[in-house]
Design a protein around this ligand. Sequence first.
Ligand code: ATP
Length: 510
Amino acid sequence: MDFKQLVSHCKEYGFIFQSSELYDGLAAVYDYGPNGVELKNNIKAYWWQSMTQLHDNIVGIDTAIFMHPKVWKASGHVDAFNDPLVDNKDSKKRYRADVLIEDYCAKIEGKIKKDVAKAAKKFGDSFDEEQFRATNGRIIDRQAKIDSVLGRMNDHLRDEDMVAMKALIEECEISCPVSGTKNWTDVRQFNLMFSTQLGNISGEEGKLYLRPETAQGIFVNFLNVQKTSRKKVPFGIAQIGKAFRNEIVARQFIFRMREFEQMEMQFFVRPGTEMEWYAKWKETRMQWHKSLGTPEEKLRFHDHDNLAHYANAAVDIEFDFPFGFKELEGIHSRTDFDLNQHQELSGRKVQYFDPELNENYVPYVVETSIGCDRMFLAVVSNALQEETLTNAEGQESTRIVMKLPHPIAPMKVAVLPLLKNDENLTNAAKDVVLQLKKHTQVTYDEKDAIGRRYRRQDAVGTPYCVTIDHQTLEDGTITLRDRDSLEQVRLSVDDARAKILSTTQMHSIL
Ligand code: ATP
């Protein structure tokens, strides 16, 4: 299923709507519909439970979106949370300079892939892609071009050399996708934080930012949490919450939003032990994705080429989105940078007394940071499929099915009376809903033929359907249909409930 179909499926089935659609929408801002909010809450619960419930040494927190403006000075966001921006003078469209350059390289990569595909077709089974890439002159040249351009771009970004960034755009002869011209403004840095104003203080003094990450709420509460929870280093603090970034490039649906949600965990460790913890969290987080059933070949690590000023190691977990491998989660060894900065700007000590070492120190931090919305997109793009079915007579049909892991599906079971106009059946079905709804997420549907109702549930990922027919009225048994195998079995309501609960509760993936 391609990306466009995925986006329209999300709308049609009440997962995601464009914000303010009635007014033609607000770019890069989205609302979650009835199915979307359930799925998103389940993803959050999966993260939260695996962080806090499964780790004795991690506690949760929920901090405010607004923070003292000095927090963002200390963290470096006021001075350095920038993207390089460039405008096309003809179309008046604004771009991220690094994205223009990356797209240019992606086009060259596309040409390489075409050559590889052609050769694969020509040589058949004997084709060795690695060897072909290493020996084909045209491919070698193209790869060298990509490496050179990206290498230089990273250098310029690190050195904040915007003049060189513009020169690179000109050298690559990149033109505006809208106007087609190469008439660019200078490249300049653009701060990604949204700001607003306190009501009772005017001017710079009263300037507030909408937090661009949740992490700082954890750092400034480090001592509060440590003291009140009596945790000893190493320990972690987890938080789920909204973050805001004034992204220049608003595209790819909920992959890059201006208002989004983060699930972050800061793990405080003894200085010098951070690399061990970094390795451990890398592994733990990858395992978390795999436990959800995400196939291994859709996940990979990508080490950062350029380390942020605060980090001594950083890696992304990338997912193979419909538009290619992109960052889903970051794992960063942030050293003692943040706590030190807060000590300095607040003038207060932010230190931990280690009773085993009998000394005070500023802990080092390893963080794991994942976008809830990006995770949502990864989950849906992995689960949503068009499947060809063959019936007993050998006839083929297709269905759209969202093969979500059972515990995170918006609804776990749909209760369906076979006929809408038979009150005995609808009453019996409503009675089954009553028996199930305290245990799990249940939906009821009586409209349309039973086959169509099954398809509707498949399309939103409901793992089970319970059908009530005339036999139910006689012996109390129902038919339980499995979303993936399509198998139907007759069971008592109690047995059906036990079966549903055995696969849909969170502990089966934790
Ligand atoms: P990118 O390079 O894609 O802009 P980033 O490196 O700036 O991301 P971090 O600051 O490390 O991202 O944020 C941690 C996580 O938050 C990311 O891995 C991603 O899942 C999520 N995230 C960041 N920006 C956005 C956004 N604009 N919309 C949705 N999720 C986001």
